[in-house]
Design a protein around this ligand. Sequence first.
Ligand code: SDX
Length: 434
Amino acid sequence: MSAQPVSTQVVLTDSATNKSVNLPVLRGSVGPAAIDIGKLQKETGMFTYDPGFMSTASCKSAITYIDGDAGVLLYRGYPIEQLAKQSTFLETSYLLVNGELPNAQQFSDFEHLVTHHSMMHEGLKTFLHGFHYDAHPMAMLCGTIGSLAAFYHDNLDIEDADQRKMAAVRLIAKIPTIAAACYRYTIGWPIRYPRNNLEYCTRFLHMMFEVPSEPLHLPAVAAKALDLLFILHADHEQNASTSTVRMVGSTGANPYACVAAGIAALWGPAHGGANEAVLKMLDEIGSADQVGKAVERAKDKNSGFRLMGFGHRVYKNFDPRATIIREMCYQVLNDLGVHDPLLEVALKLEEAALKDPYFIERKLYPNVDFYSGLIYKALKIPKEMFTVMFAIARTSGWVAHWLEQHLTADTKIGRPRQIYTGPITREYTPISKR
Ligand code: SDX
C-alpha cells in the first residue's frame, strides 16, 4: 500500500462566499493527523461543532496511545500486554508520571516515597464521620480527595515543580488509604492504618479487610490480580474523567480539586461506573437462559437499556484490557475455588452479542468493565467499591496528565464555544404586562 500523502495543510472553502482558509495539519509520532483549527473563528467567523468530541483532539500528549481499530494500547510506548505480564502497578505509575521505566534505585526511591506518604491526616477521620454511614463510597471519595487541599494548603504552589511532584505522590499514596477508610466507615469497622512493610496492593487489601481481632490471611492470587487490574485501569488517553482533570487543571486549580473532579466524572455509568452497573445487570439477567431477552432489550432503542460493559468510543475492536481481564477472571475464580454463576451469564451474553448483527454493525465489543467486576466480587470487594477501585488505579493516569499539562507550552484555559439556539434579543416586559 502506498504511503499516505503527508498533507501539511487543508483548504476549507465556504460554498456561500467561495472564501477559503488554509489550515495546518499536525502529526504526532503515530496515529491520525489533526487539522489545527485554532485560527478558524478569526478567519471565517465560524466554529466547528463536535458534541462528545468524536473527531476532536483536545491536546497533545506523550502518555498513552490507543489504536481503536487495531485494539492497541501503549503506555509511554510499552504495549499493555507486556506491562500486564512483566510490570507492577507502582512501576507502571512511575512510567506514566516520569515517561521512562525506573531503574532499581529509582523504583526503590519512588516506592519508599509512596509508602511513607500513604497515611492520611487524622483530621480526615472526623471528616469521614460527617458522611451518612451508608453513603456511596464514590460520593465519600470525591468529597474527601477534594478536601485534601484543606490539609495541604501550604503546599499548593502549582508553579513549583517539586510541589507538583509531591502532590502527585501524595495522591497516588493516599487514595488507597482513603478509599479503604471510606469502605470501613460504611460497614462500621475501625480504620486500619497502612503498613509500610507491605507492597502497594497487599497494603490496600489489608486496609480493606484486616480486623483488629485476628490476622488477615490473603490468598496470593488476590494482590496479584488486583495489581494487574490496576495496571490495566491506570490510564487511557483523553477519556471523560482525564479530560475533566485537564479541564479543571487548565484553570490553575490545585491537583486535589482536579482529581476530585476526575472521580466525579468517572462515577457515571457510561464511564467508570459501568463496572458496578455490569454486576447489577448480570444479577438482573440472573441466568444464561435469560441472556437472549437481555440482548433483544439492548437492541430496542425504546427500552433505555444498554448492555453495560459493551461498546467503546475508541475501540471498534476488542478492548485489549478486556481480553487480558477475561483470561485472568478464569484463573482468579479457579485459584480461589469460586464458582460464580454470573460468569456463565457473562460468557453467554458475550457470545450472543458478538454473533448479533446489531452489535457487529456497531462494532460493540466487551470493554474493560465487562469482566473486572467478577474478579472484584471474587476478591470480596463489594460492588459499590468497584468504581472506587477504578479511581485508585486511574489516579496515576490523572496525575500524569495533570503534570504533563503544566509542562505543555500551548496549554490554555479550556473554554469551548457553542451554537446558540435560544431567543434573540427581546425587550423586558414588566410583570404587570405579562
Ligand atoms: C470506560 O473513553 C474511555 O477510554 C473510557 C474507558 C477508560 O479506560 O477510561 O475505556 C472506560 O468508560 C469504558 C466504557 C464503559 N461504559 C459502558 O460499558 C456503558 C455501555 N456502553 C455505552 O454506553 C457506550 O458504548 C459508550 C458510552 C461506552 C460509548 O458511547 P459512544 O461512543 O458515544 O457510542 P454511542 O452511544 O453513540 O453508540 C453508538 C451506537 C448507538 O446506536 P445507533 O444510535 O447508532 O443505532 O451503538 C449503540 C448506541 O445505541 N450502543 C449500544 C451500546 N453502546 C453503544 N447499544 C447497546 N448496548 C451498548 N452497550
